[in-house]
Write a protein that binds this ligand. Structure first.
Ligand SMILES: [Zn+2]
Ligand SMILES: [Zn+2]
Length: 159
């Protein structure tokens, strides 16, 4: 089932919900402020064509990469190599920690699923059925949507 991660307009916290046509308002767990959402039958079926938050039709897809995990791996590599250096272990081992963690990161990254994100309001959609229809991030579209409030109506730019 598709899950939707809204961003609270008041405090910026993530609000995770399952689409339901009966849900017209969602409340933030942190600050309790409510916001209006517009779910339709398509959302319940996991198909994404309209944003339930801003009602735009422009989305991009990307890997569900967890930045915190990436940073954690890097810190871990730094700690391991410092310890190895402290014990006077061959610098090759020192290098191999980074190589190992780089590979681990690469494997994890490749296994990550695609998610869809609304250009306009940054709402995140997971387990989207029609994810293959959604193109990757386009800088020009993003700039025009964010800075000039252009509405592409779900038709991606083709070059
Ligand atoms: Zn909030
Ligand atoms: Zn939106």
């Amino acid at each position: 089932m598709m899950t939707v991660q809204f961003t609270c307009k008041n405090c910026g916290s993530g609000i995770h919900v399952y689409p339901s046509v009966d849900a017209h308002k969602i409340a933030c767990d942190v600050c309790q402020v409510e916001q209006v959402v517009k779910f339709n039958k398509e959302h319940e079926e996991g198909n994404l064509h309209d944003c339930p938050s801003c009602e735009r039709k422009d989305f991009y897809s990307q890997k569900d990469f967890n930045r915190k995990l990436g940073v954690m791996l890097f810190v871990l590599a730094a700690i391991i190599s410092t310890v190895l250096l402290w014990f006077g272990i061959n610098p090759l081992w020192y290098l191999s920690t980074f190589v190992f963690l780089y590979l681990l990161d690469f494997i994890l990254f490749r296994r990550l699923k695609l998610i869809a994100i609304c250009y306009k309001c940054q709402t995140v959609f997971r387990e989207v059925s029609n994810i293959q229809e959604i193109q990757g991030f386009n800088h020009e579209m993003n700039d025009r949507i964010v800075y000039s409030n252009h509405d592409f109506q779900g038709k991606p730019l083709d070059h």
